[in-house]
Write a protein that binds this ligand. Sequence first.
Ligand code: GUN
Length: 280
Amino acid sequence: MAIRIDGKALAAKVKARTAAEAAKLPRQAGLAVILVGENPASKVYVAGKEKDCAECGIRSFPHKLPAETTQEELLALIEKLNNDPDVDGILCQLPLPEHLDEEAVIHAIRPDKDVDCFHPFNVGRMVIGRPVFLPCTPAGVMEMLREYDIPVRGKRCVVLGRSNIVGKPMGMLLTQADGTVTICHSRTEDLASITRQADILVSAIGKTRFVTADMVKEGAVVIDVAMNRDENGKLCGDVDFAAVEPRASYITPVPGGVGPMTRAMLMENILTAAKNHLGL
Ligand code: GUN
């Protein structure tokens, strides 16, 4: 039976470390959080981030905007926050309502305040191995692997999903940790034959029970990044947990796995931004 990786406990440890560091700063670190519209999942995520900030002694500046907000209004707010010295990080919760241009918004956030690590400048810095920030979800996964002494060097790593937010940067961080990485996606042929080679399998697809036991090698490390709802509305990941757990050596639960780690790594990025702004 697999060891369950306790993301909730590790996130508490990371946040305690961040809070201790944040308390030493000559002024409080600050995060501006922008939420446009009424997406219920986004509201829950934003509330969680505000709670984490409070736990870490970081100020949060909420900006809850109506769904009808125009692109010009949103960009004007970002410009104001870019120039606000109390704001170290700016997070605009995605997805945005259809009429807004997410790419333009990501580009508008000044790279030194881009605590999501979505701006092409920060993505580029990460790719060349000179990161300012690390993308929160992939960084959270790497922290889990380190905490549980799971080696990456020389291992076969398979990532399911090629999103800019998770799949692509996950592949990059595993590569930088000397893993041998394959990124799979919806067009991958004979997927199971590839996933069965994985020593470390990271799934970020967004499909309930997509990863079945026959896709997993005996003894593999299985990391489930997804946050889906099953047919009963229950929170679950991509992995058929009950079937896969007996085959895996380590496995992350959903909830209580990667999710809390994503939020904890965001707090680390805010601390980094504040330190950089303070010249520390
Ligand atoms: N929507 C889903 N995940 C994220 C995230 O990590 N950051 C932002 N800004 N929006 C998201």
